[in-house]
Design a protein around this ligand. Structure first.
Ligand SMILES: [Cu+2]
Length: 335
């Protein structure tokens, strides 16, 4: 009876493990388990080692608990028990921690050794709750999207304007903190074009979970095209035979509070509190990955950002329906 109990328990434990690890192996864009970047590739085997040590400890402890439950004896031998406690409670954990520490230091040194300290520079500034992304040498500013060329090391210089944030795209690299008043460096490198998801990894306030970003890795030619598009000044509807609705929308923008917080290059709007909107329409998402960049979502965001992302730094507006339609037409023209 008792051995049947433990056999049943053990097979349940093992079945659970199989299910969990099978789910982990699935290919995802935001997963340390599917490394697509040079640094993430150094980290992944270390993660696996820690997982399997954890699994082994768990199985041994679970088995010991089951055995203890089934074979409870009144005349327990105290001496042997205390030897087991010292061994399993101090010596074995101590050895495991030492082993993991040595291996971690090895991985960190490996990642450092691969850092050429050279290449395209991207400055990332964390704000509650979005990411400012600047290419200082190219004079390009965007938000919540890091575009990089494949096959090249990209140097990130990261800092924060308010509290500590942390940048982490698990498929590409380990996380690095963004600290106010300090510039930290890290790097990204991947050989595979694609979109990789990232997330703020240091609790920074109410909308921490909605502070996401995406790394878009392009073939070098496509990256150059993207850069050139971003370097173009925004279309100025007042100087062209442009759509009258777009022109009206620009006037709405310029005469609203928007200008105090947002920049649109080539116009009087030079605010730095919120994301640069010069090429807003070229982005996939708005509000740090929370909403797709569609007309409807944009409208909802502008009317009541606090309902969508409570606690973010943008206030709502009370524009008339016509003003809003014009404003949307203008924002959608900012390609
Ligand atoms: Cu955060």
């Amino acid at each position: 009876m008792s051995s049947r109990v433990s056999r049943v328990s053990l097979s349940m434990v093992l079945l659970g493990l199989v299910a969990v690890t099978a789910a982990c192996g699935e290919d995802r864009q935001q997963s340390a388990l599917s490394p697509r970047g040079t640094a993430a590739e150094s980290i992944e085997p270390h993660w696996q080692t820690m997982l399997w040590i954890g699994v082994a400890v768990w199985v041994v402890v679970t088995a010991a608990v089951i055995v203890a439950l089934v074979r409870r004896r009144k005349d327990a031998q105290e001496r042997r028990v205390s030897a087991v406690v010292v061994l399993a409670g101090a010596v074995v954990p101590g050895l495991i921690v030492a082993f993991v520490a040595v291996q971690s230091i090895g991985v960190l040194r490996d990642i450092d050794a691969r850092d050429s300290g050279d290449g395209l520079v991207v400055e990332v500034t964390g704000h509650r709750y979005w990411w400012e992304v600047r290419y200082p040498d190219q004079e390009v500013t965007t938000a919540n999207e890091l575009h990089i060329p494949v096959g090249e090391q990209v140097q990130l210089q990261v800092t924060s304007s308010d509290v500590i944030h942390s940048i982490w795209a698990p498929s590409l690299n380990g996380k690095v903190d963004l600290i106010p008043g300090q510039s930290n460096t890290t790097w990204l490198e991947t050989q595979e074009p694609g979109t990789y998801l990232g997330q703020c990894a240091e609790f920074c306030g109410l909308q921490h979970a909605q502070m996401r970003f995406r790394v878009v890795a392009h073939e070098p030619d496509d990256f150059d095209t993207w850069l050139a598009d971003q370097q173009r000044p925004a279309v100025d509807p007042s100087n062209e035979a442009a759509d009258p609705l777009v022109r009206e929308g620009q006037q709405v923008f310029m005469s609203s509070s928007c200008v105090y917080c947002h920049t649109i290059e080539g116009t009087a709007a030079q605010g730095r509190v919120g994301p640069d909107l010069t090429h807003l329409a070229s982005r996939d998402t708005i509000a740090a990955g929370l909403l797709p960049n569609t007309r409807g979502d944009l409208a909802g965001w502008i009317v009541d950002p606090q309902a969508i992302k409570p606690g973010n730094q943008m206030p709502g507006t009370d524009l008339s329906g016509d003003e809003l339609q014009a404003l949307l037409a203008y924002l959608e023209s900012l390609e």
